[in-house]
Unconditional design. Sequence first.
Length: 394
Amino acid sequence: MWFMNEERELMRNIAREFVEKEVLPVAQELDMNEEYPRHLFRRAGELGLIGVVYPKEYGGLDGDWVTKMLITEELCKGSPTLNVVIGAHSSLAGGVLNLLGTHEQKAKYLTPAVKGEQILALASTESAGCFNMEEFQTRAYQDGDEWVINGTKIFITNIMVADTYIVTARTAEHYDPVTRKGFSMFIVEKDTPGLEFGKIENKLGWHGSNTGPVYFKNVRVPKENILGPLHESVGAFALSACDEYMSCGAAGLGIAEACYEKALAYAKSRMQKGKSLYDNYQVIRHKFARMATEIEALRALTFGTAMIRDTGVYPLALARMCKTKGYETAMLCANEAVQIFGGLGVVRETGVERFFRDARLFGIAGGAIEPLFDQINMFKDHNMEFIVRQAPQS
């Protein structure tokens, strides 16, 4: 591929071997048991697959986003759930921590997170909707040397297993949706009194990713645990979301490729009337041609966007295109794979329907695709497709 070099090839091979030898043998069982893939998470950290884009000072590899996308693609060929728990940890919570954290905060929280020794969660979404922060109800006020947090978050990934939660809360009387001023972010450790959890949701897909509500009941944290400037922390969340959306392109690519390969192997081995499905029916071959075309279009978009991101630019519009295109391509290929497998496609033990279920969630989780289409239009209409952002000094 045009974007490959020796270092990227090395990391992709490490990720590919990890998936083939350690993830695939247990992925189906973990899904059926809805078990959090903790041992795989730790192992990914040991291999350097979590901390690719983070500074060496905090245990990362100082790598690039193209490499990160290659790893994401490989992980999703084996277990989209594993990629989701790593993404919520590294791209979202870790991304905010890296952008806003002081040296002391990064040394304490980011370093073990990058190595996979501790797990992070971003607690932001509320029932008003993740794009509707004006109506968020979680509040924080200062009381002496502490901040007191009250409120509820929903659909938070990595609950109960996370060691540290990055929490958004309104700290100003009014929120300005243009400047995003009015919200702050806080570091809350798992054993803090008043931090409580609801039940883990029984979801269509991403089984074992531990998604559910988080409650803050007079949760007190020291003033040193505010993350970034007072009232102005949420801009970093928007930037980390840009990285998450871009990663959804690579995730969709991994799911689509896994479905394509599974369906192709089956179509060439399933015999009817003395010939394989692939040789017997032109309509089946047309399905593979369409899947292959969409896969390559998504690959070009995803890695082209990652190349731009590696220049220090946040590709606001393109990243959202990666998420929407990633979802559509993954769903297309997963749906066709189930159809080609026929009756076996809906049997859990064959492993095909798992990718269908996991692909479906990408259209909703982390932000539904409908608002993203509107944001793409807004950025393009107002010539805001890209933004160059330096990490704020805390």
